[in-house]
Design a protein around this ligand. Structure first.
Ligand SMILES: [Ca+2]
Ligand SMILES: [Ca+2]
Length: 451
């Protein structure tokens, strides 16, 4: 059913089910995993957390295309024929895709559930559909859905041979058990890029059930959370990403921007039991996007990532399976060939071993700043990288946190080693904490400013 929404139409069509009914989500702490919208913060007004409010309803001027599970065989055609600005609204239920995929090629298209709850709509690839949703146009939104068991990527954002893909919004999506990277961001070889997107308030996970199905080639563990190539200006915030590790082979990071990424902002995420947390850059050479404005004059040669900020994140590991796996908890925040990268006010904790809490590697990792982070394990310089370090606390004890064994990395009131012990940070760089509460005049070390 196609519903043309206008101001009058809203009332007229309410009776036939064309009006958005958003749920208001729950409430709770930022560290909760598995929640839906509403679990993203503690500081909202009127019971609606500020970081993850319900997505606004469809533009009343847009066309709404309602689909239900009986139409699953037609989804490829329905999505391919969407016009610019259309909203495709999924009725609650399980969509057994069995090879069906969705390719979005019109700008401004939105894919979302009718109920507003991401748990109510499951798009299940059952490892038969390769890419489930491909975004190949600008201003596309994917929201309030669950996407399970893609044979490759649950969401793949690509540019085309004639245009950049800009302003993708991925919001309140639950991605579970992808066979490869959960959200892949790739440029088309023609010189157009995928820039200025946002991934927010989502839950991306690899479960114990899904882990044996991970693509083993190449490297034994070809999976990860967000994997972005040559992308600029993305914001990755208020997500929970968990479980990306394998019994053989090293998983890609929970959040990874490389091959010439730039200006990525990674904030207020909870990264649980991943072999690697946040990565800017990776290689020391190869193909990469470059920029014409001398983005990093201090670096010579290959740069894997330019500038960008990683702030107010919890990165935590306590799963014995991960910690005893061959690669273990390899790296919490990893700046490899990452020029000008900043790690500000993160909390990085392992209950057992970890190789690096924060790592900066290769000579083009220059101008790096590592400020006011709290970590149980080493901050590690490697292979000619250079960084400014100040206000960090290494070898932190688990007792400094509210529940260091289970991942609530808010500071315990007794954590005098961390509370009020941070150094000054220029205004505008990190004014709030993981709860979106303001930093006070004496900054606490780590992601939490204790109240
Ligand atoms: Ca303080
Ligand atoms: Ca706080």
């Amino acid at each position: 059913m196609r519903c043309i929404m206008g101001l009058i139409g809203v009332l007229a069509l309410a009776a036939v089910g064309c009006v958005q009914a958003e749920d208001m989500g729950g409430s709770g702490g930022v560290a909760g995993s598995g929640g839906s919208v509403g679990d993203g913060g503690t500081s909202g007004v009127g019971g609606v957390p500020a970081a993850c409010p319900p997505l606004a309803g469809p533009d009343p001027e847009s066309s709404i295309i309602d689909v239900d599970p009986s139409q699953v065989g037609n989804l490829t055609a329905i999505v391919s024929s969407a016009r610019p600005g259309d909203t495709i609204r999924f009725a609650s239920g399980r969509y057994e895709l069995a090879g069906v995929y969705m390719w979005v090629s019109a700008s401004g298209v939105t894919l979302r559930s009718a109920s507003g709850s991401r748990d109510d709509v499951v798009l299940d690839g059952n490892y038969q559909t390769r890419e489930i949703i491909t975004v190949a146009a600008s201003d596309v939104t994917v929201a309030n859905l669950t996407i399970a068991k893609a044979a490759t990527h649950p969401i793949h954002v690509v540019s085309t041979d004639s245009a950049d893909t800009l302003n993708t919004q991925i919001y309140n999506v639950h991605i579970v058990d992808p066979r490869e990277q959960a959200i892949k961001i790739n440029p088309n070889p023609g010189g157009y890029f995928v820039d200025d997107g946002e991934i927010a308030c989502s839950h991306i996970e690899l479960t114990d059930t899904g882990r044996p199905n991970v693509q083993p080639n190449p490297g034994g563990c070809y999976t990860g959370g967000v994997d972005a190539h040559q992308a600029r200006g993305w914001v990755i915030r208020d997500n929970v990403v968990e479980g990306f590790w394998c019994n053989a082979g090293l998983s890609e990071h929970a959040i990874h921007f490389w091959r010439g990424g730039r200006d990525t902002l990674v904030e207020r995420n909870v990264l649980l039991n991943n072999a690697r947390g946040v990565g800017f850059g990776l290689a020391a050479g190869g193909e990469a996007r470059t920029y014409g404005d001398a983005a990093c004059p201090g670096a010579s040669g290959y740069v894997g990532h330019y500038d960008g900020i990683v702030r107010n994140n919890f990165v935590f590991a306590n799963d014995p399976g991960l910690l005893s796996s061959p690669d273990g908890f390899d790296c919490g925040i990893c700046f490899w060939s990452a020029c000008g990268a900043r790690a500000l006010h993160n909390s990085i904790v392992s209950t057992s071993d970890a190789f690096s809490s924060i790592e900066w590697r290769f000579p083009s990792s220059t101008g790096v700043e590592i400020i006011n982070n709290i970590a149980t394990h080493p901050l590690r310089q490697r292979d000619g990288a250079s960084a400014t370090l100040d206000g960090n606390l290494q070898s932190a004890q688990l007792s400094l946190f509210v529940d260091g064994q289970n991942g609530d990395l808010h500071l315990d009131p007794s954590a005098s080693e961390a509370i009020d012990q941070g150094v000054l940070v220029p205004a505008g760089l990190c004014d709030d904490d993981i709860d979106r509460d303001p930093r006070d005049g004496n900054r606490d070390i780590g992601a939490d400013e204790a109240q």
